[in-house]
Design a protein around this ligand. Structure first.
Ligand code: AMP
Length: 439
C-alpha cells in the first residue's frame, strides 16, 4: 500500500478537510497514512497502535467521509457507527473527535457510559444518531431496555481491545456484536496483540488489512527512563524530592490502588505540591474537574490508577512517575506512553522497593528494555533519617531541593536553581530554557 503524506491526497469531502484545517492537522501520522486508505476502500482493519499515535482520527475521518457519501437517517434508537471503548474518558474523547471532525457535516454523536444517570443518554439515543460511542457495560443496559437498537449499524469500531478484555468486557462485547448486522465494516484496535486478542480479531474481522505502528519498545525508547531503588518506607519522601526538579511541570504519578492514589495525592498536597487523584471511585464530575485542573496547569501532579489513566489524552505531560510498579508488565509501557506524546520528549521515573524487584525484571523482559537503575538506598544524604524540623521548614527545603531529604541530581534533571517562592515568576521574567540547561 502506498503511503500518503498529506491529508488532501485522501480525497476527503471538503467539510472534512475544512475541519482538519480548523483543528490544525496538516500531515497524517503513520497510522493514519496506513489505515485511512484501507478504511476508505471498505476493508476491515486490524490496527496495533497505542493511544497517542493518532488512531482516533485514523478511524474517525474515513468513517465520516463514508457516512457523508451515503447520507442516511438512523432509525429511532439506532446508529450507523458503533464505537466501543473500555473507559468513559476514552469514550468521551472519541465522541469529541467525531464531533470536531464532523461538525460541518452535521453528524449526530451520542456517548454512553456508566457512572452517570441514564436520562440524558436515553434522550440522546432516542432520535437515532450517526455515531454512538459507548463503554460495553452501559450499552448492554440500553440494549436490555431497547433504548439502543444496533440492527442498522454499518461500522463497528473496537478501541483498546486489550484493555476491554483486561476489564472483563469480553462477554458484553460478544453480546453486543451479536446484535449487529452481519454485513458491516469492522475496525479493531489494540495496543498489544496477545494470542487471545489475535483469536478474537480472527473471529470478528473479515480479511482485514493489518497495520501496526510504534510497537511498545519504540514508544518506550523515546522516553528517558530511570528506576530508583528505594525502601518502601522512603517512597513518599523520595517522590516529594523528585518535585524539586522544576522541569516536572506536568507529572502523572501512578499508584496500584485507588486508596493509594488518594494517599499519595494528600501527601503531595501536604508538601505544597498541588495534586489531584483520579480513579474509579471518583464521580465523573470530580474526574473531569481534576483533569481540567491538570490540563490547565493548576495542579502539577495527577495521581492515577492504571484504569483511570487509560485513554486520557493530555498534551505536555513532562514526567511519569511510577510510585509503584505495575503488576502487569504491559501496563508499564502504557503508563510511560502518557509522556513523550506526538514525538515530544518525556521522562519516566519508577520507584522500586525490595518487594518489586521481580516486577521490574519482568517489565524489562516483556518490554525488551534495560532501564537505568540507581540505588537510592546507598545514598547517605537520603538515608531516611527522621526530619524533626517543623513541617513548614521541611517543605521549603524540599521544594528547593536542599535539605537533608533533597534528591541527588539525576541525569535528566535541570540544574539546581535557587529556591523561588511557590508560583512566583522569575525575578528576571525569564523562563528556564530546557535546551540551554542541557536537557
Ligand atoms: P490519539 O492516538 O487518537 O489519542 O491521538 C493523539 C493526539 O494526537 C491527539 O491529541 C490528537 O489530537 C493528535 N493528532 C492526531 N492526529 C494528528 C495529526 N495528523 N496531526 C497532529 N496531531 C494529531
Amino acid at each position: 500500500m502506498s503511503t500518503l503524506t498529506k491529508f488532501d491526497e485522501f480525497g476527503f469531502a471538503a467539510p472534512i478537510l475544512r475541519a482538519l484545517t480548523a483543528v490544525g492537522y496538516t500531515n497524517p501520522t503513520p497510522i493514519q497514512a496506513k489505515a485511512i486508505p484501507a478504511i476508505l476502500a471498505g476493508r476491515d482493519l486490524l490496527g496495533i497502535a497505542q493511544t497517542g499515535t493518532g488512531k482516533t482520527a485514523a478511524f474517525a475521518l474515513p468513517i465520516l467521509h463514508l457516512l457523508a457519501q451515503q447520507p442516511r437517517q438512523a432509525p429511532r434508537g439506532g446508529c450507523r457507527v458503533l464505537v466501543l471503548s473500555p473507559t468513559r474518558e476514552l469514550a468521551s474523547q472519541i465522541a469529541d473527535s467525531f464531533r470536531a471532525f464532523g461538525q460541518r457535516l452535521g453528524v449526530r454523536v451520542a456517548v454512553v457510559f456508566g457512572g452517570v444517570s441514564h436520562g440524558p443518554q436515553l434522550k440522546a439515543l432516542a432520535g437515532g444518531v450517526d455515531v454512538l460511542v459507548a463503554t460495553p457495560g452501559r450499552l448492554i443496559d440500553h440494549i436490555g431496555s431497547r433504548a439502543a437498537l444496533l440492527g442498522t449499524a454499518e461500522f463497528l469500531v473496537l478501541d483498546e481491545v486489550d484493555q476491554m478484555l483486561d476489564l472483563g468486557f469480553i462477554k458484553p462485547l460478544r453480546r453486543i456484536v451479536g446484535q449487529l448486522p452481519k454485513q458491516r465494516q469492522n475496525l479493531f484496535f489494540s495496543a498489544t496483540m496477545p494470542k487471545e486478542i489475535g483469536n478474537l480479531a480472527g473471529e470478528l474481522l473479515n480479511d482485514p488489512v493489518s497495520v501496526s505502528v510504534a510497537p511498545a519498545a519504540t514508544t518506550a525508547e523515546r522516553v528517558r527512563q530511570q528506576v530508583l531503588l528505594v525502601d518502601a518506607s522512603n517512597k513518599r519522601d523520595t517522590l516529594i524530592g523528585l518535585f524539586a526538579d522544576e522541569a516536572m511541570e506536568r507529572t502523572i504519578v501512578f499508584t496500584r490502588t485507588k486508596h493509594g492514589a488518594d494517599k499519595v495525592a494528600r501527601h503531595l498536597d501536604g508538601a505544597g505540591i498541588a495534586a489531584a487523584a483520579i480513579h474509579g471511585n471518583k464521580s465523573q464530575s470530580q474526574r473531569e474537574r481534576s483533569l481540567a485542573a491538570f490540563r490547565a496547569g493548576r495542579v502539577r501532579a495527577l495521581v492515577a490508577t492504571d484504569i483511570a489513566a487509560r485513554g486520557i489524552d493530555i498534551a505536555g505531560v513532562t514526567h511519569v512517575v511510577n510510585f509503584e510498579l505495575p503488576e502487569v508488565a504491559e501496563n508499564y509501557v502504557h503508563r510511560i506512553g502518557r509522556t513523550a506524546r506526538a514525538g515530544a520528549e518525556g521522562t519516566a521515573i519508577s520507584l522500586c522497593d525490595g518487594g518489586e524487584r521481580d516486577l521490574l525484571r519482568n517489565i524489562e523482559r516483556v518490554a525488551r528494555l534495560r532501564i537505568e537503575t540507581i540505588d537510592r538506598r546507598t545514598h547517605t544524604a537520603l538515608a531516611g533519617k527522621p526530619d524533626v524540623r517543623p513541617a513548614n521548614e521541611r517543605k521549603v527545603d524540599r521544594a528547593a531541593g536542599t535539605g537533608e531529604n533533597a534528591m541527588p541530581r539525576l541525569a535528566f534533571m535541570t540544574p539546581r536553581r535557587p529556591a523561588l517562592p511557590a508560583k512566583a515568576s522569575r525575578p528576571d521574567g525569564q523562563r528556564l530554557d530546557r535546551k540551554a540547561a542541557g536537557r
